[in-house]
Design a binder for this molecule. Structure first.
Ligand code: NDP
Ligand code: 8X3
Length: 261
């Protein structure tokens, strides 16, 4: 239920808060005493997280919104349905995203292209399309987009995922220019390998194949990226940390990963 909130408190909206990086960001911001709008498709997870945070941090107001960022009508309806006190978003973390399969273009299922493009690019655009005008009205705000090292480099069998993350980087840089006159910061966080549900989703439930991605190295964990999001969000008003590439120490680039037995 949409309770009334105190608009003097800070508010973050985090997409994809049911797992991985988004969930860690939600936990971090709650611990820093921010109110939260949390989104994702799996409502039971969203509700459980919201209830847990509300119990641990009784002064924090948390609102769970279940919608699929691929569904334009549902995305706009859920966000536009927020009352004005829940529209005063200080930080939007555009995190919802995924990869689907690891195949060359000449073999990959076009449905996988659609899912990645619709979630990672158009989902981020849809949410930003609604939230950026709220920030413009207030003359302040901060959008933090989850890019990837795959938005700075490419790898074979990842053409479409890499293309979506290159697009996230391009959109971030363009929106930074568009929103600069409104004093709105638009930043990019580009992680390398982070062990979350990401690879399980990419390999469509094949946990063994997913685990092999991180074999022989110490990957980043979701809290490492939540730390970076918090750092970016908590700089003074005149400081804009615009772009962060964060890698596990074992990873020098997409192609160079030092694994130990
Ligand atoms: P997870 O799979 O652990 O979490 C992904 C989150 O995105 C879930 O909460 C999921 O929620 C949400 N999501 C996916 N599709 C949709 C959708 N259509 N509508 C709404 N929410 C959706 O992955 P990560 O935490 O690792 O990924 C988070 C972001 O970080 C992604 O953008 C990813 O590309 C990026 N990233 C990840 C890296 C990694 O190595 N893990 C490295 C670099 C970037 P639900 O399923 O409930 O809808
Ligand atoms: C996720 C990192 O290396 O799996 O963005 O593409 S990788």
């Amino acid at each position: 239920m949409m309770g009334k909130r105190n608009v003097d408190r800070r508010l973050a909206l985090v997409t994809g808060a049911t797992a991985g990086i988004g969930e860690a960001v939600a936990r971090r911001f709650a611990a820093e005493d921010w109110d939260l709008v949390l989104t994702g498709r799996r409502s039971e997870r969203l509700i459980a997280l919201s209830q847990e945070l509300a119990e641990r941090f009784p002064q924090v107001s948390v609102l769970a919104l279940t919608f699929d960022v691929c569904d334009e009508e549902a995305t706009f309806a859920a966000l536009e349905g927020l009352s004005e006190d829940w529209q005063s978003v200080d930080v939007l973390v555009n995190n919802a995203g995924l990869s689907q399969s690891l195949e060359p273009v000449h073999r990959q299922d076009p449905a996988d292209w659609d899912r990645m493009i619709d979630t990672n690019i158009k989902g981020l655009l849809r949410v930003s399309r609604v939230v950026a005008p709220w920030m413009r009205r207030r003359g302040r705000g901060h959008i933090i987009n989850l890019g990837s090292i795959a938005g700075k480099e490419v790898y074979a069998n990842g053409a479409v995922y890499c293309a979506t993350k290159h697009a996230v980087e391009a959109i971030t840089r363009s929106m930074r220019m568009e929103l600069n006159p409104d004093r709105i910061k638009v930043g990019l966080i580009a992680p390398g390998l982070v062990e979350t549900e990401f690879s399980i989703v990419r390999f469509k439930g094949d946990r063994e194949r997913a685990a092999a991605v991180y074999h022989g190295l110490e990957p980043l964990v979701a809290d490492d990226i939540a730390d970076a999001v918090w750092y970016m969000a908590s700089r003074p008003a005149h400081v804009h940390v615009a772009d962060m590439l964060i890698l596990p120490t074992a990873q020098a680039s997409m192609g160079q990963i030092t694994r130990r037995p």
